[in-house]
Structures are given as structure tokens and as C-alpha cells.
Design a protein around this ligand. Structure first.
Ligand code: NAD
Length: 369
């Protein structure tokens, strides 16, 4: 892979390679764009088979974070880091502290958090070496479990979807099928049952399904049959890639909207949903509650503030739908355009030099034109 041409093509600013042999650390930090603010994104730990695989993942995920933050209206850029290793075998205090020191060298240009393969304990080791980490536990003045905030954000998004496609101004009487009744799925059932929604749900873990049935009256469906249920809204809350060649013909819904990351197996599946008249709520717009939650941690955590800020997801999705309608494009493309427009607009604002402000990375830039 030719790294610098790749970075130029996709708009990345910086890539940092981090090695500490004694600690067994091999990590890559990718920073996409800091126009809006410091690059925030989790640290993934994964047994990548090659350096190129790890690098590509970091670059791709960093760019995704820039779009997510921009679409959510946050003053954050996009970044992501990967640690090469098996999270079941290779974790140690030294590894995460060595990594934390590299994060610290960036002086706040990159702020890290949990991701696949890392957890709150790992963040606490990182926190020993740098303050540029979020998603730490409540006992350490962190924000704790983001799932209720993510679910609250998804509910706001579902309202926007119901208005757009079902022509209803609330969710009462709407039917929904939730795939995955884990952390976010649980809170979705709780909030939706309070709104009078008819909920179908499934999980590979029978205990999760049973809990949702008992507590919220969820009608439990076999995991392999959830896509075939005739409902107003299908809500992916498990794994990514659920909108694919195999599932496309099976959906019996008018809307697909939920918290799962990377729901479209490929972009062309978003085009196909649009062609079939199924409204798709772009995943990174509707599931931004988790990111909003850690953003609030940067300001001094307050759950109420996180919940209030998350209401903005309703307006963000309305805007995505308006762009999609106005430009006759799929909502997945409209979301990207909305994010790109905001980054370009703020870049323009930052052309103006303000004395004393240039010490804040990403906040202001010298005029370039
Ligand atoms: P989780 O692991 O707690 O829950 C996922 C659940 O899905 C599990 O209970 C699992 O058994 C179930 N599952 C997996 N495959 C399934 C299948 N084929 N059919 C039915 N059930 C299946 O995870 P979570 O934190 O609730 O996150 C759910 C999704 O939302 C993930 O894609 C995650 O990346 C995304 N997300 C979560 C947050 C958050 O705040 N937790 C924020 C943004 C995005």
C-alpha cells in the first residue's frame, strides 16, 4: 500500500506508528481530519494478520469517525487506533501504559476510547499515562455505560423516520422488530414499550430474549426469522452487514433504523433500499448517542446534558432525509454530504485569524486563501 497517496486521496492528516518491544506494543494511530476539533475515536485490539490490514482498518475507521462527529454536530475530528494483538492473550498493564504514552505525545490531537477488544479497565491503564482518554468508569468521573444514551438517540431517530415514511408524529401503535437484545437493545425495548410500540425481538442469547419478554412484553422471534417479520420498522441492534444480497428480498418493513454499526454490507445496498422505497436511517447518524456521551465527558460529565444533546439526532436525520429527497440520492450518501458540508463550512469560518486562539489545536487556522 502506498500510504501517502492513500492519505491524500481520502483526506487523512497523520498516521503514527508506535512500537515498544518490551511491552509487546505494536500500534497505529490514524488521524483523519481535525477541522472541527481533536480527533476522537476508540482503540481497537485485534490479531491483524499483517501490518497493511491493521493500517487499512485504522485509516478506514478514522475517516468514519470524522463523518460521524461532523454529522452529529460535535466539535470533534475523526481518529482511530489499532493495537495488533489478541485481546484474550496479549493484554497487560505495560502494554496499555506504553500505548497511553504515545497517545500523550500527540498532546490532545487524538483522544482515545474503548472499541472492539478493549474495555474500561484498559482505558484506566491508558489514563495513568495520558488525560486524552474518555469512556472511563463513573467511579473515575467518567461517563460509564453509553448504552442508555445510544438507545435514547435511536428513539429520536425513529421519530424522525416515523414522520418521514409512516406519516406519524409519534411511535404509538408502530410495530418494530429488534435484532439483538443486548445492552442497547435492552434500553430500546424499555423506552419503546413506554411509547406504546409493538415490539418483536430476538437474540442468540435466550436469557436476553427472556428478560425482554418478561420486563417489556417483547414478542420473541427466532433469530433466523426476525428479518421476515412484517413490521413498520426493522431495527438492527446486533452485528453489522445485515443489509446484504441475501437479506434484501426478505425485508417486510418500510424503514430500517437501529444502532448497529456498518449495517450496509456495501454502499450499493443503500442504493437498492432507496430504489425499493425502504427508508434507511444511516447508522452513524442514528447511533451517535455513544459518541455524544463521551464528548460530554470532555466537558465534565453530566448524563442529563448527554441526553439533551442526543435529542439533536432527530434534527440531524430530518436534514439527511431532506438532502436525500432534494438531490434524489440514497440517505447513506446524503449523510456523507451533510458531514462534508459541515466540515467545509467550518473550515471556511476558521479562515479568520483570531489572536490567541491558535494555541487550540483544530480550533482555528491561519487563513490559507
Ligand atoms: P451487545 O453485545 O451488548 O448486544 C448485541 C446483542 O446481539 C448480543 O446480546 C448478541 O447475543 C446479539 N446478537 C448477535 N448476533 C445476533 C444475531 N445474528 N441475531 C440476534 N442477536 C444477535 O452490543 P450493544 O452494545 O448492545 O451494541 C449493539 C450494536 O450497536 C453493535 O453493532 C454496536 O457496535 C452498536 N453500537 C453500540 C453503542 C453502545 O452505546 N453500546 C453505540 C453505538 C453503536
Amino acid at each position: 500500500m502506498e500510504l501517502i497517496p492513500y492519505m491524500e486521496k481520502h483526506g487523512h492528516e497523520q498516521v503514527v506508528f508506535c512500537v515498544n518491544e518490551d511491552a509487546g506494543l505494536r500500534a497505529i494511530i490514524a488521524i483523519h481530519d481535525t477541522t472541527l476539533g481533536p480527533a476522537l475515536g476508540g482503540t481497537r485490539m485485534w490479531p491483524y494478520q499483517s501490518e497493511e490490514e491493521a493500517l487499512r482498518d485504522a485509516l478506514r475507521l478514522a475517516r468514519g469517525m470524522a463523518y460521524k462527529a461532523a454529522a452529529a454536530g460535535l466539535n470533534l475530528g475523526g481518529g482511530k487506533a489499532v493495537i495488533v494483538g489478541d485481546p484474550k492473550k496479549d493484554k497487560s498493564e505495560a502494554l496499555f501504559r506504553a500505548y497511553g504514552r504515545f497517545v500523550d505525545t500527540l498532546g490532545g490531537r487524538y483522544i482515545t476510547a474503548e472499541d472492539v477488544g478493549t474495555d474500561v479497565n484498559d482505558m484506566e491503564y491508558i489514563r495513568m499515562e495520558t488525560r486524552h482518554v474518555v469512556g472511563i468508569s463513573k467511579t473515575m468521573q467518567g461517563s460509564g455505560d453509553p448504552s442508555p444514551v445510544t438507545a435514547h438517540g435511536v428513539i429520536q431517530g425513529l421519530r424522525a423516520c416515523a414522520e418521514e415514511r409512516l406519516h406519524r408524529d409519534n411511535l404509538n401503535g408502530v410495530s418494530i422488530a429488534i435484532q439483538g437484545l443486548g445492552k442497547v437493545g435492552y434500553y430500546l425495548c424499555k423506552f419503546l414499550s413506554e411509547e406504546g410500540v409493538r415490539i418483536f425481538g430476538c437474540d442468540l442469547d435466550a436469557e436476553n430474549s427472556e428478560r425482554a419478554r418478561q420486563e417489556f412484553g417483547v414478542e420473541v422471534v427466532a433469530p433466523e426469522a426476525i428479518i421476515d417479520v412484517q413490521v413498520d420498522i426493522f431495527c438492527p441492534a446486533a452485528l453489522g452487514g445485515i443489509v446484504n444480497d441475501e437479506t434484501m428480498d426478505r425485508f417486510r418493513c418500510q424503514v430500517i433504523a437501529g444502532p448497529a454499526n456498518n449495517q450496509l454490507a456495501e454502499d450499493r445496498h443503500g442504493d437498492e433500499l432507496a430504489r425499493r422505497g425502504i427508508l434507511y436511517a444511516p447508522d452513524y447518524v442514528i447511533n451517535a448517542g455513544g459518541l455524544i456521551n463521551v464528548y460530554v465527558e470532555l466537558e465534565g460529565y453530566n448524563r442529563e446534558r448527554a441526553m439533551v444533546m442526543t435529542r439533536g439526532i432527530y434534527y440531524n436525520l430530518k436534514r439527511v432525509f431532506a438532502i436525500a429527497r432534494g438531490q434524489a440520492i440514497g440517505t447513506h450518501i446524503a449523510a456523507d454530504r451533510m458531514a462534508e458540508e459541515r466540515i467545509a463550512a467550518v473550515r471556511n469560518v476558521h479562515k479568520t485569524y483570531v489572536p490567541g486562539m491558535d494555541r487550540y489545536p483544530g480550533r482555528t487556522r491561519m487563513p490559507t486563501r
